[in-house]
Write a protein that binds this ligand. Structure first.
Ligand SMILES: NC(=O)c1ccc[n+]([C@@H]2O[C@H](COP(=O)([O-])OP(=O)(O)OC[C@H]3O[C@@H](n4cnc5c(N)ncnc54)[C@H](OP(=O)(O)O)[C@@H]3O)[C@@H](O)[C@H]2O)c1
Length: 331
């Protein structure tokens, strides 16, 4: 093992018994893509004391409400899957909303958790926290080594502040808060709206609608050459539970699969899963984004966790969910 990794493991990784089956666990954002998968995973493992609060009952941007809720419920474990999330268009158009809401939600929850005796908090960041030109695959050590991708820097800056809050609360108060950085996620419960969604659900919806309309072609934005990594959300949920119970330390941990594919390969695979016979047309006048975004998952693997769902299997399950829920999805 690399010497730096050895010293990192010795310093940062220690087992904890916090996730006993009777623990009161607050999953913030339980109706979202990640939160709903974490709830599924916890229930499957036999956790019964889940604390869940819908936004209309508890708006996490409201500090006084968050403090009162934590004082009343005193969760022992907090999994932070609540955030204002969106694709390039949403990030670009609603810069103020993205930075304000994310800073408010995470500041309120992390502080209230610490003040009300929470024993473990898991904060979720995102791969967009790393510099635009970080060496690939992107290691946790590239954090704050260069400028961010400008289109989502509002969101990324908020998420970096969340990591730093976890580190600061650990350093000053000994609060056991950890940060996990998931790669691009997909799965049941994803946002399939054409305007605000990420690339995978947007492609799935477009190709599905082209098939329904018996169209001979689908237009895909960009050249199809950028490479991206995709993790099935139930695998992420498994990693979240695994690391919440087994990892403590200041260092963020990337959560990904460790391999990537081109957007063209992804669109072709989605086409096969859907049974679309038409042609994919690449609109090269549209922007490609960064050529490659892949997480270095050696820290995650050293901690003993690996993704297990293949992209094809994950896409099939996601498409089943999409078809079953199509009538209720946002445009
Ligand atoms: N999706 C990805 O590809 C991806 C990749 C990397 C990291 N992540 C991280 O994973 C986390 C969750 O993302 P996601 O994809 O699951 O997002 P999501 O599907 O949009 O879910 C976010 C959840 O947060 C809730 N929420 C947002 N603002 C709130 C507020 N003010 N008060 C109460 N609840 C609020 C939402 O409630 P409503 O249901 O009421 O809207 C929703 O349930 C985020 O931290 C994100 O950075 C996601």
């Amino acid at each position: 093992m690399h010497a730096a990794m050895q010293s990192w493991r010795a310093r940062d990784s220690k087992p904890t018994d916090i996730m006993n089956k009777q623990a009161r666990i607050f999953v913030a954002g339980h109706r979202g893509l990640v939160g709903s998968a974490v709830v599924r995973r916890l229930r499957a493992l036999g956790y019964e004391q889940l604390l869940l609060a819908e936004r209309r009952a508890l708006d996490l941007t409201r500090q006084a409400d968050v403090e009162a809720w934590f004082a009343a419920h005193r969760p022992e474990v907090v999994i932070m899957a609540a955030a204002k999330v969106g694709g390039i268009h949403a990030n670009n158009s609603y810069a103020a909303d993205f930075i304000r809401d994310n800073l408010a939600v995470q500041t309120n929850v992390i502080d209230a958790a610490y003040r009300n005796g929470t024993r473990k908090l898991t904060f979720l960041g995102s791969s967009c926290i790393y510099p635009k030109h970080a060496p690939q695959p992107m290691s946790e050590d590239s954090l704050l080594t260069g400028p961010l991708e400008p289109t989502n820097e509002w969101y990324a800056i908020a998420k970096i502040a969340g990591i730093k809050m976890c580190q600061a609360y650990l350093r000053q108060y000994g609060f056991d808060a950890i940060s996990l950085m998931p790669t691009n996620l997909y799965g049941p419960g994803d946002n399939f709206s054409l305007e605000n969604s990420h690339v995978l659900p947007a492609l799935m919806r477009k190709i599905h609608e082209a098939k329904q309309a018996a169209s001979n072609s689908v237009v895909v934005w960009g050249t199809g050459t950028p490479r991206r990594e995709f993790l099935y959300v139930d695998d992420l949920a498994d990693a979240v539970v695994f690391l919440t119970q087994g990892y403590s330390g200041a260092g963020p941990v990337n959560v990904g699969v460790g391999t990537d594919i081109t957007i063209r390969e992804l669109a072709e695979l989605i086409g096969r899963v859907i049974g679309f016979q038409g042609e994919l047309v690449f609109d090269t006048t549209k922007p490609d984004g960064t050529p490659r975004k892949l997480l270095d998952v050696s820290r995650l693997h050293a901690l003993g966790w690996r993704a297990s769902t293949t992209l094809e299997a994950g896409l099939r399950r996601t498409y089943e969910w999409f078809c079953a829920n199509e009538s209720q999805l946002r445009r």
